[in-house]
Unconditional design. Sequence first.
Length: 425
Amino acid sequence: MTRVCVVGSGAREHALVELFRPHADVVATPGNPCIDGSVSTSPLDVDADLFVIGPEVPLVEGLADELRSRGCLVLGPDRDGARLEGSKAWMKEVIVAAGVPTASHRVFGATELEAALDHVTTTEGTIVVKTDGLAAGKGVLVTDDVAEARADVTAKLTGESFGGAGRRIVIEEGLSGPEVSLFALVSGSTCAVIPTLARDHKRLLTGDGGPNTGGMGAVCPAPGTNPELIDQMMDEAVKPTVEELVRRGIDYRGVLFGGFMLTPEGPRLLEYNIRFGDPEAQVVLPRWVGDPVPTFMAVARGETVDPPVLDDRSMVTIVCASEGYPYSPRAGDLITGLDDARALAGVAVFCAGVGTDAAGRPVTAGGRVLSVTASGSDVAEARTRALAAVSLIHFDGMQYREDIGGTVSAPGEVHRRTPDRGERS
Ligand code: AMP
Ligand code: GLY
């Protein structure tokens, strides 16, 4: 049986493991106590027929290069292609060269503080200030307030707010519209779309209020989208980008995640990520029909693949986060109800920040703790099921959004539940 190694420890990796499990022998490194097949060894010490790297940091740091240099088959770009996520300035250069519709931008380095401040002061409308380097999803400021933009530019360029990642910034024109996430499988010079669009919800609170997070939930298909939109994004953005990468001698083999804004002028590419989204993977991957292993292996070999077939279910995932997330997540709260939630029809619980206490019971061990996914014949049914599953899960200080997949009610509400069965451990 083919042996697949999934690298990472979050709910996205848990969803990848569950996708492969019926078809392969799966290990996850490091995984987490909720993911069967988790091993604490380095991926470099794992013997597998295929490595699938979940998060961006090891890709940007060159894990795929290292594995490939040892003769391993890897799904995930080398360090050169990983710069699409590792450097927003470089990503913009590539997509502008490729003619992809995107927000206009300028790049400023650490020695250009005055010029950057002048630029934000004289720019009209919404200003977007991004760190060039990785900032765990927290490096972007979107504001209409010039004073706030100036303070952010200063804190970034001096290294105060994001260290080296912010000492180069991209300042962009602010766009507006709903956002969607598109996933393509790129095999060097060809690519195949995963034919759906997902929408994640990055703000902590119901009604898209509160601080930015790694993602509090996701919906698939994103309401209001259609196959023509997917074709347009592939034709206008992903395919020209792949051609541009080839022109630059980059042999990208992996998932390319396009984050688009649907503006009145048409879809605009905001960013590329070099891997599946989290929590988008938890709503896209469960819809995959058939054995994914041959497709993933072919992509890793640089062979052309057909777009995968997805079933026509709608999926909603609700993230349950720990007390204090996203600022200072609390660890050690006992988690109950996982098995009850999993027993519901159409429900899967993917684990991220989960550890075990001395008695081997699951406890919180990170910010985003669980991703509770449910399917339905439409988004409303999926949401009802996901909420029913969440209602069975308890840990002290649990935070989640009840509006994922629904219509917004009171902006800024946070849902906290003090468990009646739970106890702090
Ligand atoms: P990014 O990491 O580049 O996707 O940016 C994170 C978030 O910032 C996006 O999901 C958008 O909500 C917002 N954003 C990024 N670029 C822009 C832009 N040009 N205009 C408006 N909002 C943006
Ligand atoms: N959901 C956005 C991300 O994975 O970066």
